[in-house]
Ligand binder design. Structure first.
Ligand SMILES: Cc1cc2nc3c(=O)[nH]c(=O)nc-3n(C[C@H](O)[C@H](O)[C@H](O)COP(=O)(O)OP(=O)(O)OC[C@H]3O[C@@H](n4cnc5c(N)ncnc54)[C@H](O)[C@@H]3O)c2cc1C
Length: 398
């Protein structure tokens, strides 16, 4: 049985690690960057309680390693940029365990180390196709040399939002833009204790977000509306424009927001820019021998911090399912049935998470009533959904 995982990111590492422990299964994971190259992963991220719960259930040992590099995410507070508090929830009230705050590079480092020798670094996949109805092949480059793998029984595409595997086999997914620009930076924590757990601050629909991550850095994100489907105008990226977006008009910014705005507009930060977008969900190719997992299956808006969280949740479930099937003596002929089972177990969950993430973006859209919209999130319908998001995880067995 030959399994190839493309991409040693969040999902790919978890699945490759689990499958490489199973006797009789050949697992190869191809990753385009070098082992210590985290240049594409500059910022921090928050992993929701559901991701942590799924990881603990799948592998307490791996969860412990990730937690050792994290701070706990215990609360979520939303205020106006003048400091007026609108919303506060404690994770203990809506989840079975806290989430975590971690540097993206550390999450990758821990997961890649855990995946071990099955990962081949510096291997960029350039081509994929079918050799026969039951097998795929891949072409990739390693150190400038062309390489090929034939006879793949199961191909797991964990190559992220712009997946080459998905584009080649199933067409380029049509991205749905929401009309919101998002910036992210990671900066040393010079706030003097002002920034700690997960918080958001609104000035109209313009939103700042920040929290502290190890080793004493602050992950800072800013968002503001742009025209739907259009690039972010260059004039919106200047320090003066950013300062205006987040500074309240009639009152001074709170101490927290003053520090965030001054830091962001210091001219000394390396900003990562992107736009809020989502892609249609797709879990497998028509033949069912190629599985899409993580962002390649379900690119979602980042509003609830569920991108990496769902990559973890989904990968843990897939790793448990495939491990159980393989240990029970399942063979390559059953691959399409397993892939279809994954889709059945994930479809409704991902639909819920993506719809909820999009709906929670309401206060970031032009003309939003931020005060009413945020206070509404304290009411039962939103809180119930939050509980469902954080407590219910995809599992195998279901
Ligand atoms: C700046 C930023 C901040 C974010 N913050 C959060 C957050 O706070 N919380 C959260 O839950 N999510 C967050 N996300 C989203 C999250 O990072 C993704 O949802 C998550 O990484 C998806 O995991 P994945 O395993 O599907 O893909 P990735 O982690 O993106 O991994 C894909 C891997 O595939 C490799 N690859 C791609 N193409 C090829 C190829 N052709 N050949 C070989 N290898 C290839 C890549 O190098 C990469 O290692 C953030 C995203 C960004 C950009």
């Amino acid at each position: 049985m030959k399994v190839v995982v493309v991409g040693a990111g969040v999902a790919g590492c978890i699945v490759a690690r689990a499958l490489s422990k199973i006797a009789g299964v050949e697992v190869i994971c191809l990753e385009q960057v070098e082992a210590d190259d985290h240049s594409e992963s500059g910022t921090g991220l928050n992993v929701g309680p559901n991701g942590v719960k799924a990881l603990k259930r799948h592998s307490p040992e791996l969860a412990e390693k990730v937690l050792a590099e994290s701070f706990l995410w215990n609360s979520w507070r939303t205020s106006l940029t003048d400091g007026t508090e609108l919303f506060k929830v404690q994770m203990a009230d809506v989840a079975d365990n806290p989430g975590i705050r971690i540097r993206w590079s550390e999450l990758y480092r821990v997961l890649r180390e855990a995946a071990g020798a099955c990962v081949r670094y510096g291997c960029q996949v350039t081509k994929v196709g079918y050799t026969d109805p039951a097998h795929t092949y891949l072409e990739y480059t390693q150190g400038g040399a062309a390489q090929r793998i034939d006879g793949i029984d199961l191909l797991i595409s964990c190559d992220g939002r712009y997946s080459l595997i998905r584009q080649t086999l199933c067409g380029t997914p049509e991205m749905r833009h929401v009309g919101v620009s998002i910036l992210r930076v990671l900066v040393p924590n010079t706030s003097g204790g002002l920034i700690e757990d997960y918080e958001q601050w609104f000035n109209g629909p313009n939103r700042l977000l920040g929290f502290r991550v190890p080793e004493d850095h602050v992950y800072l994100s800013g968002a503001f509306p742009i025209e739907v489907g259009k690039p972010i105008p260059e004039e919106m990226k200047t320090d003066a424009a950013l300062r205006k977006f987040f500074t309240p008009e009639s009152r001074p910014p709170s101490d927290q927001c003053k520090w965030l705005i001054d830091t962001l507009c210091s001219g000394e930060v390396d900003i990562h820019w992107s736009r809020l977008q989502e892609s249609p969900t797709l879990f497998r190719d028509p033949g069912g021998r190629v599985m899409f997992l993580g962002d390649s299956a379900n690119g979602m808006v980042p509003t609830l911090g569920q991108g990496a969280t769902q990559a973890i949740e989904g990968a843990c479930m897939v790793a448990d399912l495939l491990s159980a099937k393989l240990k029970a003596g399942g063979d390559a002929a059953q691959v399409p049935a397993w892939v279809a089972e994954v889709e059945d177990l994930r479809r409704e969950r991902i639909k819920f998470v993506m719809e909820f993430s999009l709906a929670a973006t309401d206060t970031m859209l032009p003309g939003a009533d931020v005060v009413a919209g945020t206070r509404k999130k304290l009411e039962r319908p939103f809180i119930e959904k939050l509980e469902r998001l954080y407590r219910d995880i995809s599992t195998y067995p279901a």
